[in-house]
Design a protein around this ligand. Structure first.
Ligand code: KIV
Length: 267
C-alpha cells in the first residue's frame, strides 16, 4: 500500500484521498480508484451529528477502521488519532497508534507540528507511518476561535513551514494541510508531500469529506440546515454524475487532472 503512495509521489501523479467510515463505501471507493481512504474523526460531525470532532474516542475510531479495512483490503487506510490520544507523551501515542494499526490502518494522522515531532519520530521508528495535520486543525477549533484560514500572516505562514520541516525531518510521510493559502501550500509541498483540503491545487494530493462530495451534509444535528454554510473547498460531485460510484470516479479524475480544486475552492 505504501509503495503505491510512494510511486504516485515519485511520478508526480496527484493522490486522490476521501474520507470513509464503513465497508460499503470502502468497497465502492476501492473500485473507483481512490488512492487513500481516510478514516477521519470528522465522523464526529458527519456520522454522530456533533458540532466538532472533540467527543470522538479511540474505540470508535478502531471500530470504523475495522469496517473500512473489511471493505477495502487493497487500499491504503489512514486513520485519525482522536483528541487526547497522542498529546500526552510518545509512549502513550505509540500504544494508541498501534491499536489503530492492529485494526487495519497503514498510517496514522495527528494534528500538530514541531511540538509533536518527537512523537512522530517515535512512531516512525516503531514502524508506524505518520501524516501530520497542519493549518486549520479541527481538534483546536475552540482555541483557533472557529473555522478560520491559517497561515495568512507572514509569522503564521513561517510557523507552518517550520512545522512541516520538523515533521519531514522526524520522518512523516505526509502533511495534510487544511484551509491555508494556496501559495503557502505550494511552499510546504516543496518540503514534504502534502494532501490539501482548502489548500489549492499545488498539493501532492487532495482529500474531501465523503458527505461533502455527495452534497448531503447540512450541519450539526442541533442546528437547522438553513443555518449551515458549506465550506468554500467543498464540491458536490454527485450533482454532475448519475450514480454515487460515478461521483467518486469523477472526483478521482478531477484530482488527477488537476481540475479540482479550482480557484473558487481555494484561498
Ligand atoms: O477528519 C477528517 O476527515 C479530516 C479532514 C480534514 C479531511 O481530517
Amino acid at each position: 500500500m505504501l509503495q503505491h503512495l510512494q510511486a504516485l509521489i515519485d511520478r508526480g501523479e496527484k493522490i486522490a484521498m476521501l474520507t470513509c467510515y464503513d465497508a460499503s463505501f470502502a468497497k465502492l471507493m476501492e473500485l473507483a480508484g481512490v488512492d487513500v481512504l481516510l478514516v477521519g474523526d470528522s465522523l464526529g460531525m458527519v456520522l454522530q451529528g456533533a458540532e466538532n470532532t472533540l467527543q470522538v474516542t479511540l474505540e470508535q475510531m478502531i471500530y470504523h477502521v475495522k469496517c473500512v479495512a473489511a471493505g477495502a483490503p487493497n487500499t491504503l487506510i489512514l486513520a485519525d488519532m482522536p483528541v487526547n490520544t497522542y498529546e500526552f507523551g510518545k509512549e502513550l501515542a505509540l500504544e494508541n497508534a498501534q491499536m489503530l494499526m492492529d485494526a487495519g490502518a497503514h498510517m496514522v494522522k495527528f494534528e500538530g507540528g514541531g511540538k509533536l515531532a518527537e512523537t512522530a519520530r517515535h512512531l516512525v521508528q516503531h514502524g508506524i507511518p505518520v501524516c501530520a495535520h497542519l493549518g486549520f486543525t479541527p481538534q483546536s477549533v475552540e482555541k483557533l476561535g472557529g473555522y478560520k484560514i491559517q497561515g495568512k500572516t507572514p509569522e503564521s505562514a513561517q510557523q507552518i513551514l517550520q512545522d512541516a520541516q520538523a515533521m519531514q525531518e522526524a520522518g512523516a510521510s505526509l502533511v495534510l494541510l487544511e484551509m491555508v493559502p494556496a501559495a503557502l501550500a505550494g511552499k510546504v509541498t516543496a518540503i514534504v508531500p502534502t494532501i490539501g483540503i482548502g489548500a489549492g491545487v499545488d498539493c501532492s494530493g487532495q482529500v474531501l469529506v465523503l458527505q461533502d462530495l455527495l452534497g448531503i451534509y447540512n450541519g450539526p444535528a442541533s442546528k437547522a440546515p438553513q443555518d449551515y454554510k458549506a465550506p468554500r473547498f467543498a464540491k458536490n460531485f454527485l450533482q454532475e454524475s448519475n450514480s454515487v460510484q460515478q461521483a467518486v470516479v469523477n472526483y478521482v479524475a478531477a484530482v488527477k487532472d488537476k481540475t479540482f480544486p479550482a480557484p473558487e475552492h481555494s484561498y
